[in-house]
Ligand binder design. Structure first.
Ligand code: SAH
Ligand code: SF4
Length: 372
């Protein structure tokens, strides 16, 4: 079977070329053709030695993702659906802004973490994406958008699509390196963000291997509430998480951690909880808070916090000196907003069943009432 060259970062490609008896500078040329020029056909890589093109034919390929759907929102956001085989489809979202273009990238088909308020979590989990499937989303989006005439389109990548990126670390790492590589996409470390539900040991590894900007999905100021919203909190509790964040800052390209906080009506959005959050974070972790209005999906049984409650919550944090922003919801008319990505997932674990069971045993209102 042909090797997919999108699976390699530059070091990996150099090793592959070495195995073909080719020098490193050939790998650099090839890498640039693939990622900077978006070329998948070796025959069209005209300045590549004919002998190398000959060797590549048959043993290697640049295997793009199969795009099966493109939806354009009234606000310019574009969502693509990619078939990744076995009945699974994943999604990537392009968000144009005045000063930059952001691509929201998926790391898994589904997610096993099972957060209460997340559509991907409700889908269950099928499998990790390969490096080629992660990078392939950027490769596809960048070069498709360039066809429209732009020079360079995406300068910001957020690993905030489907899946928990740090549960797919082995594939994530070469993907991040390709995004950062000057011969690849040349993105700044500050403009590549890994968002995690809080896998502390893996955050420590990322700090050593490839420190990029870090966003941590916090959603609650205490363990009782966070246990219910983000089940992996029972293993990696808030203390452990915040200590890990402080360590991360030693190597991070930014001098703060972004904490994401999804605003759920009547669940985690009271001024008292905002005050508790201040007590938790202030003086402990240099951070910014990003409040995300909950984006509803039918199975959640949850509601978005009213606007006034979100602004009141933000005010408590701001008055305490914590920089707090409210995320603008983009692309919700095409189900492309945070937490709405569902793709299509053949659940091979019992993640979905577990979620449904938890909901059935303890209805949301009393479940969360007990935690406050
Ligand atoms: N698994 C990672 C990254 C993907 S989710 C993580 O959890 O961080 C990206 C962000 O969207 C997270 O902050 C997540 O909590 C948030 N999110 C999930 N479901 C949401 C929803 N329905 N509405 C708003 N934000 C949501
Ligand atoms: Fe997974 Fe993130 Fe969704 Fe939680 S919020 S279920 S970790 S994708």
């Amino acid at each position: 079977m042909a090797v997919n060259l999108l699976d390699f970062d530059l070091e990996g490609l150099a090793a592959f070329c070495d195995s073909l008896g080719e020098k490193r500078f050939r790998a650099v040329q090839l890498f640039r053709w693939i990622h900077q020029r978006g070329e998948a056909d070796f025959e069209r890589m005209t300045d590549l030695a004919k002998s190398l093109r000959g060797k590549l034919a048959g043993v290697a390929e640049v295997k793009a993702l199969a795009m099966t759907g493109e939806h354009v929102s009234s606000d310019g956001t574009i969502k693509w659906l990619f078939d990744v085989g076995g009945g699974n489809a994943i999604e990537a979202v392009y968000i144009p802004e005045a000063d930059r273009g952001t691509l929201c990238v998926s790391s898994q088909a589904g997610c096993a973490v099972g957060c209460r308020f997340c559509s991907t979590g409700h889908q269950g989990f099928s499998r990790n994406l390969s490096t080629g499937e992660i990078v392939g989303q950027l490769w596809f989006a960048e070069h498709r958008l360039r066809q429209a005439g732009a020079e360079r389109v995406i300068d910001n990548v957020v690993m905030m699509g489907m899946g928990e990126p740090l549960q797919n670390y082995a594939a994530l790492l070469p993907a991040l390196r390709t995004m950062l590589d000057d011969h690849g996409y040349g993105l700044s470390r500050r403009r590549v963000t890994v968002s995690t539900s809080g896998m502390t040991r893996m955050i420590d590894r990322l700090r050593v291997d490839c420190p990029v900007a870090l966003a941590v999905s916090l959603h609650a100021p205490n363990n009782a509430l966070r246990d219910l919203l983000v089940p992996l909190n029972r293993k990696h509790d808030i203390d452990d998480l915040l200590d890990t964040c402080v360590r991360y800052l030693d190597a991070a390209p930014r001098d703060f951690i972004t904490f994401e906080y999804c605003m759920l009506d009547g669940v985690n959005d009271t001024p008292e909880l905002a005050q508790e959050l201040v007590g938790l974070l202030k003086g402990r972790v240099p951070c910014k808070l990003n409040l995300i209005p909950f984006n509803p999906f039918p199975a959640s049984g949850l509601k978005r916090s009213p606007r006034e409650r979100v602004t009141a919550f933000a005010r408590v944090l701001q008055e305490a000196g914590i920089v707090t922003t409210i995320r603008k919801t983009r692309g919700d008319d095409i189900d492309a907003a945070c937490g709405q990505l569902a793709g299509e997932v053949q659940d091979r674990t019992n993640a979905r069943a577990r979620l449904v069971k938890r909901r059935a045993v303890i209805p949301i209102a009393s479940e969360l009432g007990a935690a406050r």
